[in-house]
Design a protein around this ligand. Structure first.
Ligand SMILES: [Zn+2]
Length: 395
């Protein structure tokens, strides 16, 4: 069994140990400060050094049955019996610690808003952490929990205490969540200077020495997930501060583009959306008028017994408008410079889909549609219209 140094307070990131077993590119030590993946928290990474060699620790995992903690290594692998020194990457560890502490504190805040909001599962393996809660918290509940926690962290100095307690003494502690751990149980308690606890959890993870070091804790969104659970997506600590600062920078840049203060950005975007809706309605009406005018003014060509009208259009959006207005007895073909093409027919004996497919077998491209209207994409827009006339003449 590996002796765990990652629970030491103050946190220990540098340590010395001896290699007790090697299995391929992973090594077991008699003691380690590398936290092994578990309880929703990612495993630590870092470096192992020894006389004449070093390796990067890329992952740390616990063999729960044996209590062994394995270090996945890249680089050299030390031999059994080698004294090594280890260095845990401090940045990732601190972020994992802030996430994990934020998780306990936010879960407690939800429980205080409504005890029905019990935690079913957690994940803290990426900056966007999750708490899966029972009890279907509403948006108002989420804001209440967030502000309860913000006030608590801002006004009360909650200190970390991690006693190891015998299972039969657990009833003396107000555990937020019952534990499946038996025998000796490690508790993570955030309490005020008078010993009044804010949160008590059974947990083997790493936590900040004072709760305010996990702030800010910010809920980004909630999602309803299966099992009647609500997934609360949150960020904690430096990651949350960096994220919020990035969001603010983006919002400010956008606000400057629209010449409004950040606080009026939403109002400005709403107004722009309304302008856009009106403009696109106007544009659509104008296209209809233009399509009608084109149909009324472009001369028709008599091909066999058919009256054919050909249109080279600049605006692809005009294509459908034009085809939909085809007059009885006429065949209309249109193409844009990018190859969008279509045929509509007001002639009962002429199938637009069949005609378009015949033309496209000669010009390349694909398309199809109904007997009255078909659209597609041609590989040769410059010859498409003449090819329609040619195919029609051959009928
Ligand atoms: Zn925990």
């Amino acid at each position: 069994m590996t002796r765990a140094l990652y629970h030491d307070l103050p946190p220990r990131l540098d340590f010395t140990a001896t290699v007790t077993a090697v299995d391929g590119s992973r090594a077991l030590l008699d003691a380690t400060a590398f936290y092994p993946e578990g309880g929703g928290q990612s495993g630590d990474t870092g470096l192992l050094r020894w006389s004449g060699g070093e390796a990067t620790v890329t992952a740390t995992r616990k063999d729960k049955a044996m209590g062994h903690i394995w270090h996945d290594l890249t680089g050299a692998v030390p031999e059994v019996g080698t004294p090594v020194s280890g260095e845990v990457d401090p940045g990732p560890r601190w972020r994992h610690t802030q996430r994990h502490s934020g998780e306990h504190l936010l879960a407690q805040a939800f429980a205080r808003v409504n005890p029905a909001f019990a935690v079913e599962a957690v994940s803290m393996t990426s900056p966007e952490c999750t708490l899966d809660l029972r009890g279907e918290p509403t948006e108002a509940d989420v804001r209440a929990a967030e502000s309860l926690l913000r006030e608590t962290l801002g006004r009360t100095d909650l200190l970390l205490r991690t006693p190891v307690v015998a299972e039969h003494d657990l009833h003396e502690y107000p555990l937020r969540r019952t534990t499946k751990v038996r025998g000796e149980v490690r508790l993570v308690i955030f309490e005020d200077a008078f010993g009044a606890p804010f949160d008590v959890s059974a947990c083997g993870g790493t936590h900040v020495p004072r709760a305010s070091l996990a702030s800010p804790v910010v809920v980004l969104r909630t999602e309803r997930i299966k099992g009647g659970l609500t997934r609360v997506v949150f960020m904690a600590g430096e990651e949350a501060a960096e994220y919020l600062s990035g969001v603010y920078r983006d919002a400010r840049a956008l606000a400057q583009t629209f010449s409004v203060p950040v606080a009026r950005l939403a109002e400005r975007v709403d107004a722009l959306c309304e302008d856009l809706r009106v403009t696109s309605d106007t544009l659509s009406a104008t296209r209809k008028v233009l399509a009608r005018t084109l149909l009324d003014t472009v001369p028709c060509r008599e091909v066999g017994s058919r009256s054919l009208q050909l249109h080279a259009l600049d605006d692809p959006a005009l294509l459908t408008e034009l085809l939909m207005l085809v007059d009885t007895g006429t065949v209309v073909a249109a193409v844009t410079p990018t190859g969008r093409c279509g045929i509509a027919t007001g002639h009962p004996d002429e199938d637009a889909g069949a005609l378009l497919r015949s033309v496209l077998t000669r010009t390349g491209g694909k398309g199809g549609g109904k007997p009255t209207l078909a659209q597609g994409q041609t590989e040769q827009p410059d010859v498409f219209l003449e090819m329609v006339a040619q195919v029609l003449a051959e009928r």
